[in-house]
Design a protein around this ligand. Structure first.
Ligand SMILES: Cc1cc2nc3c(=O)[nH]c(=O)nc-3n(C[C@H](O)[C@H](O)[C@H](O)COP(=O)(O)OP(=O)(O)OC[C@H]3O[C@@H](n4cnc5c(N)ncnc54)[C@H](O)[C@@H]3O)c2cc1C
Length: 409
C-alpha cells in the first residue's frame, strides 16, 4: 500500500494503520537510495512527494521545507533571493533522505555537511506523536537525526540555514584513462592543501562509446579569477580530452550532474572512507578501470575537508569528521543484462576489498551509501557516536518501525 500524505496528520494516520494491521513501514523521499530501502514488500510505503511546500525567509536566511522535496526545488526557491542551501551534487535527490544521513555536497567545504545547516525538523514518531527537534526542543533527537538517517520518525518538515550566494565556477575536465594513475597521484597530493572555496571529485566516467575517462569535477565558490587560477592546476595534471568549466548558478551545477544519472538502470554501490589515496590503491583503481564489466559503471571520489571537518565529532551523530576521500564505486548495468548482475557487483566488491586492506582506509563508510549487508562497515560507520545512537533508537523507536540506513542493534 502506498500512502501519499499531505500533512503530518496523514502521516500519523498511516503509522496508526500500520500498527493496527501489523504492516511494515518504509518512507519514500526522492527514491535515490540505491539499495531500495524506501520500499518494502507487502507493507506500507509512506511516499512524501506531496509534502513539498517551501517557505523562504530571506531576512533570517532560513528555509522551511516539506519532508518530500528534492534538492533542486529548494535551490530554485531560494535563487530569487540570491541565497542557497547546502545540497548534494544531484538536484533530483530527496533533500530529507540526503540530509538525515549526513549530506556531502559541493558547498560542504565552505558550510559543512547538510546536517551542519539543519536548524530543526518536525517528525512524526513511531508512537504517533508530532515533535519539533532542535537545539532547544528534543535536543537528543535533533542530535540523532543529524547523521542517524530516517531511523527515528517520518520527517515532515526541515528548517534549513540559507547562505548568500557567491560566484561559482564549476564543470568537468576529462582525461584519458591511460593517464589515470599519474593524475590521481597529482590530485591526491594537491587536494590536501585545497582552500575551503574549492570542492571537487575525481573518478571514472564512461565516454559516449563506453570506454573509461578520468574526470575531475571542481566547484569553486568565491572570486572567479582566483578560482580560474586554482582550477588551472587541475588542467595541468594531464592531457585534456574534454573540458567544460565555466561560471554558473548553483542550480545549473546540480542540473549538470543530473544529466549523468539515467533512471531505470540497475545500480550497486561500494563505499569507503580513505584518509589518502596511496600508490597501491591508485594502482588498483587503474586496474579496476580497465577491468570494468559494464560500460556504465563509474567511480566517484569526493574529498571531504574545510568546514565539515571543523565540527566536533560528538556534536552530531555523523561518524567521521577527519579529512577523507568518500569513495563510491558504482556498478551500473541495463535491466536486460540481469544475467551478469553478480559479475558487475563483484567488480565493485573486489576494488572495495583492496581499498579496505590499505592502512589509509578508515573503518566504516558513509551510511547513505553503505549497502544493508556490509555488516563490518555498518558496525563502524557511526564511530564513537554509536552507543548514544543505539540508546536513542531504543528510546524513540523501540519496535524498530523505521528501518532506513542500518544502526547495529
Ligand atoms: C545519483 C545519486 C547521487 C547522489 N549524490 C549524493 C551526494 O552528492 N551527496 C550525498 O551525501 N549523497 C548522495 N547520494 C546519496 C543519497 O544522499 C542517499 O541515497 C539518500 O538516501 C537519498 O535520499 P532520497 O530521499 O532520494 O532516497 P529514498 O530512497 O527515497 O530514501 C532513502 C531513505 O531515506 C529516509 N528518508 C527519506 N525521506 C525521509 C523523510 N521525509 N523522513 C524520514 N526518513 C526519510 C528513509 O529511511 C529512506 O529509506 C546520491 C545518490 C544517488 C543515487
Amino acid at each position: 500500500m502506498i500512502i501519499r500524505p499531505y500533512n503530518s496528520r496523514d502521516v500519523q494516520a498511516a503509522l496508526w494503520l500500520a500498527r493496527e494491521k501489523k504492516m511494515q513501514v518504509s518512507v519514500l523521499g526522492g527514491g535515490h537510495d540505491w539499495a531500495g530501502r524506501s520500499l518494502n514488500e507487502g507493507g506500507i510505503v509512506i511516499s512524501m512527494g506531496r509534502m513539498n511546500d517551501i517557505k523562504i525567509d530571506p531576512l533570517q536566511h532560513v528555509a522551511r521545507v516539506g519532508g518530500g522535496i528534492k534538492a533542486k526545488e529548494l535551490i530554485a526557491a531560494a535563487a530569487p533571493y540570491k541565497q542557497l542551501a547546502v545540497t548534494g551534487s544531484i538536484g533530483m535527490v530527496g533533500f530529507a533522505g540526503f540530509t538525515l544521513g549526513g549530506g556531502y555536497g559541493p558547498l560542504s567545504p565552505s558550510y559543512g555537511l547538510s546536517i551542519d545547516n539543519l536548524l530543526g525538523a518536525e517528525l512524526v514518531l513511531a508512537d504517533g506523536s508530532i515533535v519539533y527537534a532542535s537545539e532547544t526542543t528534543y535536543p537528543d533527537l535533533f542530535w540523532a537525526i543529524r547523521g542517524g538517517g530516517g531511523n527515528f520518525g517520518v520527517v515532515t518538515s526541515l528548517t534549513v540555514r540559507l547562505h548568500d550566494a557567491k560566484p561559482i565556477l564549476s564543470g568537468l575536465i576529462c582525461f584519458p584513462w591511460s593517464e589515470a594513475e599519474t593524475i590521481l597521484q597529482r590530485y591526491a597530493a594537491f587536494i590536501k592543501q585545497a582552500p575551503d572555496q574549492l570542492s571537487s571529485s575525481i573518478g571514472l566516467l564512461p565516454a559516449p562509446d563506453g570506454s573509461p575517462l578520468l574526470f575531475i569535477a571542481p566547484t569553486w565558490y568565491g572570486e572567479i579569477s582566483e578560482g580560474q587560477r586554482t582550477i588551472d592546476q587541475f588542467r595541468e595534471m594531464g592531457t585534456i580530452v574534454m573540458e567544460q568549466v565555466t561560471p554558473m548558478a548553483y542550480g545549473d551545477v546540480l542540473a549538470m550532474f543530473d544529466q549523468h544519472v539515467v533512471v531505470g538502470r540497475h545500480t550497486s554501490i561500494q563505499t569507503r572512507w580513505m584518509a589518502d589515496l596511496s600508490a597501491d590503491v591508485i594502482g588498483e583503481i587503474g586496474i579496476a578501470g580497465n577491468e570494468r564489466t559494464s560500460p556504465f559503471s563509474m567511480m566517484n571520489f569526493q574529498y571531504f575537508h574545510g568546514a565539515s571537518t571543523r565540527v566536533a565529532l560528538a556534536d552530531t551523530a555523523f561518524g567521521l569528521r577527519k579529512p577523507h576521500f568518500m569513495i563510491e564505486i558504482l556498478s551500473i548495468w541495463e535491466p536486460d543484462d540481469a544475467a551478469n548482475a553478480q559479475r558487475h557487483i563483484q567488480w565493485a566488491e573486489k576494488l572495495s576489498a583492496k581499498m579496505g586492506k590499505d592502512k589509509a582506509a578508515f573503518p566504516g563508510g558513509y551510511p547513505n551509501m553503505l549497502g544493508p549487508e556490509e555488516y563490518d562497515q555498518i558496525d563502524e560507520a557511526f564511530g564513537t557516536n554509536l552507543p548514544r545512537l543505539q540508546l536513542l533508537k531504543q528510546q524513540y523507536d523501540p519496535g524498530r518501525v523505521f528501518n532506513g540506513i542500518s544502526i547495529p542493534q
